[in-house]
Design a protein around this ligand. Structure first.
Ligand SMILES: Cc1cc2nc3c(=O)[nH]c(=O)nc-3n(C[C@H](O)[C@H](O)[C@H](O)COP(=O)(O)OP(=O)(O)OC[C@H]3O[C@@H](n4cnc5c(N)ncnc54)[C@H](O)[C@@H]3O)c2cc1C
Length: 457
């Protein structure tokens, strides 16, 4: 029986481990943290499920929807009203009907720019350029540049002056194929997904070791030794035939896990990708005060979904806020991604909450004290400083659109890399991308252990 070590119990590792265990392999998971889930992490605050990492099921990715259903987890669609705020304090709501009524593409709308990115990439398949250069050449109006750049940086946690237009096109086509414009929540919190996967893995005979930080992966076998040996920081060693490595990109790049011998090309490809930065804070209030205030946009605020700036904000501000509407938890999430997030990195949670409340007060024309008065708690996880993540999620700089596919190639029939950064279908930085990569790695292990083509599909 093939024995496989799976390093990392995020969604990619858990699904790979489960598929391998169900296919008859012996599976041992090694996870550094004292919990499973990795960048899916739910805090329960009173009745509210507060997501510190992944929150949305983006679109309708078939593997993820089928898995959630199989595990008995329910979703509900996010259906709030998007509202933009202008520097002069006016709020403007966007409904689908209203936007459709105009019948014209708004040149400053990030989605219209992203369709132009897709067209450009199709017409120039062997070229690449940064999004900043693309915008300069193809949307040279100052206000357009700001909103589109803010969107691309915020959503991708990326630097517009480096991110690849070819990668954005691949990503946009991938999103279009799964109705990526829609979002849903897992009822009761996303954290149930990794927990149920781990439970099912144990039922299928797999073993999960928590608090085992892998520091060394020895493979290619010294004479007489096992084909694979993982060494942990506490001195434990685990021998096996193969390993699925799901270390986040930031951890892989940091060199904190030593490979002997080095999978040179895989690590080189990892160096070509980037790990994005995000600051998100969840503000839990006494009540949904934004739905109750006396404001000209009152009706729209009752169903507030996303709250976005009409122009890119200079200085230390959040890019976007959102509620979980139609969920009615009195929670607002504040988010900033990409280079603007760096300004938040050294701040403690209280200082970040202060900025979020100050921004909200300014947007709604309230005093800072009035917003603070409604706040009951705030929740933040600094993913950049978490040594088990070292960033939020990956993105592709100009010229590196092939890097993830090359990281996904098996090494010596013994090392198999998975994780959102190795997804080859354009869904980098997502739970469904991580899931796909884990399923792909499991298929590769099975194909390598059954070279005569007997591996299950
Ligand atoms: C703030 C934030 C918001 C997000 N929002 C969304 C969203 O709304 N929708 C969405 O689809 N995606 C979202 N994502 C992205 C999504 O969370 C990730 O793409 C996905 O969870 C990554 O899964 P993974 O298995 O690749 O990696 P991880 O979940 O990071 O798993 C890797 C595991 O390896 C472990 N590990 C690290 N080092 C070692 C070591 N040396 N030894 C052993 N184990 C180790 C880690 O502890 C971790 O458990 C978000 C991410 C962040 C940070």
């Amino acid at each position: 029986m093939t024995h496989v070590l799976v390093i990392g119990a995020g969604v990619s590792g858990l699904i790979a481990a489960l598929r391998l265990a169900e296919s008859g392999c012996r599976v041992t998971m090694l996870e550094a943290s004292d919990r499973v889930g990795g960048r899916i992490r739910t805090a329960h605050v009173g009745e509210a499920a507060v997501e510190l990492g992944a929150e949305f099921v983006h679109g309708k990715p078939p593997e993820l929807l089928a898995l959630l259903e199989d595990l008995g987890l329910q979703r509900y669609d996010i259906a709030g009203t998007d509202i933009s705020f202008a520097p002069d304090g006016t709020l403007h709501s966007h409904t689908v009907a209203e936007d459709d009524d105009t019948g014209e593409a708004d040149p400053g709308d990030p989605f219209s720019l992203l369709s132009r990115v897709v067209e450009w990439a199709a017409a120039h398949p062997t070229d690449d350029l940064t999004f900043a250069d693309f915008v300069r050449l193809h949307a040279p109006h100052a206000s357009d540049v700001g909103s589109a750049t803010g969107y691309v940086e915020g959503f991708n946690a990326a630097d517009a002056s480096e991110i690849s237009v070819q990668s954005l096109a691949v990503q946009q086509r991938a999103e279009d194929s799964i109705e990526g414009g829609t979002n849903s929540h897992v009822r009761g919190g996303y954290g149930q997904l990794p927990q149920r996967l781990a439970d099912r893995l144990k039922s299928a005979g797999g073993t999960v070791h928590l608090q085992r930080t892998v520091t060394e992966v020895r493979w290619g076998a010294a004479p007489g030794g096992p084909p694979m040996l993982c060494v942990c920081s506490n001195g434990d060693t685990f021998a096996a035939d193969a390993a699925v490595v799901t270390l986040p990109l930031g951890v892989l790049q940091s060199g904190s896990v030593r490979f002997q011998p080095e999978p040179t090309d895989t690590l080189h490809q990892a160096g070509r990708m980037r790990m994005g930065q995000v600051c998100r804070i969840n503000l839990v209030f006494r009540r949904r005060w934004w739905a109750e205030i006396d404001h000209p946009a009152h009706d729209a605020l009752e169903t507030l979904g996303f709250l976005l700036p009409e122009q890119r904000l200079p200085g230390r501000h959040f890019n976007v806020f959102w509620t979980g509407f139609p969920g009615t938890d009195p929670v607002l999430t504040a988010w900033v991604g990409g280079p603007s997030a760096a300004a938040f990195d050294h701040l403690d949670d209280h200082a970040v909450a202060h900025i979020a409340c100050r921004d909200l007060a300014q947007i709604f024309g309230l005093s800072y004290e009035a917003v603070l008065d409604e706040l009951t708690s705030h929740h933040l996880h600094n993913w950049q400083r978490d040594p088990l993540a070292l960033g939020a999620y990956s993105w592709v700089p100009v010229g590196a659109v092939d890097a993830s596919a090359r990281m996904a190639e098996p090494v010596g029939g013994a090392l198999f890399f998975a994780g959102e950064h190795t997804d080859t279908t354009g869904h980098w930085g997502t739970v469904h991308g991580a899931l796909r990569s884990g399923l792909r790695a499991a298929r590769q292990v099975l194909a390598a252990s059954c070279p005569d083509g007997e591996a299950p599909a």
